[in-house]
Design a protein around this ligand. Structure first.
Ligand code: AMP
Length: 216
């Protein structure tokens, strides 16, 4: 199967993509991970993308699509694309690269979550200023308020977790990525998954959708 996982930040699609890839024997191809690794290694690609990553801005479509073609689509292994496509242009690029290879997507799974819940999930993230362990006010709370369970250090709000940054990420998602929902709907590839439930339930729903597609 060749799959795309779409959804707003906070919907948990990265977690679901990792679990589904393992269960169905697919490669979990996250463009965010590919770019972060390249930046950490300081490769030519890493140098080209580092400024975009640091600023939280989208890497240009042409470069992103070229990387996905080289590192994912042109290999023989089946995959889940997580974080790509992120713009309509990338969606068209992906269609074109698949068409050239005589291949097609099997489905685009769309993890639906409203903004209020996304903000609630994303803004509650805390990090220990001493040992770096992550918490979440609501989902993974520390035993004592503001104190790390592991080392007793102080907890602070993660830098990507301020309400302002989260609202910006959501605005970018609505403006640039959400049009892909209609794009895949028109192609008859869209599968909606309600992401408002807990992670185990969303995994169960994902597996049910993928088992049906695999059986087709
Ligand atoms: P993520 O982990 O998916 O949030 O991605 C981290 C960063 O990588 C983003 O903030 C972008 O700078 C870049 N990135 C990941 N995927 C894409 C994409 N499909 N198009 C453009 N930039 C991307």
């Amino acid at each position: 199967m060749k799959l795309v996982f779409l959804g707003p930040p906070g919907a948990g699609k990265g977690t679901q993509a990792a679990a589904a890839a393992e269960k169905f024997g697919l490669r979990h191809a996250s463009t965010g991970d590919i770019f972060r690794q390249a930046a950490a290694e300081g490769s030519q690609l890493g140098v080209a993308v580092k400024d975009y990553l640091d600023a939280g801005r989208l890497v240009p479509d042409e470069l992103t699509s070229r990387v996905v073609e080289q590192m994912v689509v042109s290999r023989t292994e089946d995959y889940i694309l997580d974080g790509y496509p992120r713009t309509l242009q990338q969606g068209r690029d992906l269609d074109e690269m698949l068409r050239r290879r005589g291949e097609h997507l099997d489905a685009a799974l769309y993890y639906r979550l409203d903004d209020r819940e996304a903000v609630r999930r994303l803004t509650g993230r805390l990090v220990c200023t001493r040992c770096g362990v992550n918490y979440h006010r609501q989902f993974v709370p520390p035993r004592a308020d503001g104190v790390c369970d592991k080392c007793g250090g102080g907890l602070s709000v993660r830098s990507d977790s301020s309400e302002e940054v989260v609202r910006e990420r959501l605005a970018e998602y609505h403006g640039k990525t959400e049009p892909l929902v209609a794009f895949y709907e028109e192609q008859g590839l869209l599968e909606q998954v309600d992401a408002s439930a807990g992670p185990e339930e969303v995994t169960r729903r994902t597996e049910a959708v993928l088992a049906r597609i695999a059986a087709d």
